[in-house]
Design a protein around this ligand. Structure first.
Ligand code: HEC
Ligand code: HEC
Length: 262
């Protein structure tokens, strides 16, 4: 009996000791700054270990070829170092895109801008044909990448001159189609414009997947060429007037139609 009692007493003592130590450690934990407590902050600490690792995650995304069509962000947009592809001259540069007050011709404003990586979430699905939306982490690393780039211009906002954003202006398109059909196109000039603007996807040696040929059983005309250029189509981007004028479209059309024997 006596022994049993002593045993109980020992267990009780042990219990008290464990409870006090755990209480002490618990209150200690509460005093530590919240930084180490939250799960999201662990990733923050991991990222801040090296500024470069953030930049390279965003940069990798920017240069990553989509498995769907082999197109990358860097094929269309300029980050200050990839000007070798002629297409990057025609679409906005991405420097500081997350800091713009409005992107995509007012489609995103205020906080929506950064939340959509400057509007890249649209390009991700439209042009790269990605099947799942961009993740929070991908958006974050793209924003970091934009910010890390040395400014090419002092622009914080891109001024658009287009009939394709934020909604397609079909009335203006009709007017343009009429104007362009009334212009005389120069196929030689059109060939040069085609090489710079279109051959990346429609050229014979193009690496881009799922692009229709414009020279083999092409059934289009000036009207449909204008439609595709001004509004874009699938993974084909639209071209604003300041990039391709009505006369440029007339020239490109003349070249395409001549090659088709029309
Ligand atoms: C096939 C070409 C193409 C691809 C690929 C592409 N974009 Fe775009 N992007 C456009 C076009 C066209 C616009 C709207 C008009 C313009 O920028 O000239 C645009 C707009 C943007 C804008 C908004 C610019 C502004 O200030 O309004 C950002 C930022 C952007 N794209 C980033 C990206 C990123 C990041 C990727 C890769 C995930 C990407 N884009 C892929 C063609 C493309
Ligand atoms: C980034 C790649 C890309 C670039 C650059 C591009 N296109 Fe396209 N284009 C496409 C794709 C993809 C389609 C098919 C769209 C669909 O039907 O889904 C297409 C479709 C077309 C069509 C319709 C074809 C048909 O049979 O009806 C025409 C016309 C056309 N493009 C002309 C042009 C011209 C002219 C240029 C240059 C000013 C150009 N494209 C630049 C990718 C591109």
């Amino acid at each position: 009996m006596k022994q049993n009692r002593f045993f109980h007493y020992l267990v009780y003592l042990l219990l008290v000791i464990t409870m006090t130590t755990s209480f002490i450690s618990c209150s200690k934990e509460q005093k530590t700054p919240p930084v180490t407590e939250k799960k999201s902050d662990t990733s923050k600490t991991k990222n801040t270990v090296s500024e470069n690792s953030i930049n390279s995650a965003g940069k990798q995304l920017f240069y990553m070829k989509s498995k769907e069509n082999n197109i990358a962000c860097s094929d269309c947009h300029n980050d200050g170092s990839n000007t070798s592809n002629s297409l990057t001259k025609y679409f906005s540069d991405i420097t500081g895109a997350d800091k713009r007050t409005s992107t995509y011709h007012g489609r995103f404003t205020g906080e929506e801008v950064a939340r959509n990586a400057g509007g890249a979430t649209v390009c991700w699905e439209t042009y790269l044909k990605m099947k799942t939306p961009m993740t929070e982490d991908q958006i974050k690393s793209l924003n970091e990448y934009y910010s890390s780039l040395k400014s090419l211009t002092s622009l914080t906002e891109i001024k658009y001159e287009t009939i394709a954003l934020p909604v397609k202006d079909k009335v203006k398109l009709k007017e343009e189609q009429k104007t362009i059909m009334g212009l005389k196109g120069d196929p030689t000039k059109g060939e040069a414009d085609f090489k710079n603007n279109c051959a990346f996807c429609h050229g014979e040696n193009s690496n881009i997947k799922k692009v229709p040929s414009l020279f083999d059983e092409f059934e289009g005309n000036v009207k449909s060429i204008t439609y595709n250029i001004r509004f874009g189509n699938g993974s084909m981007p639209f071209y604003k007037k300041s990039v391709l004028s009505d006369q440029d479209i007339a020239d490109i059309s003349a070249y395409i139609l001549k090659k088709n024997g029309q």
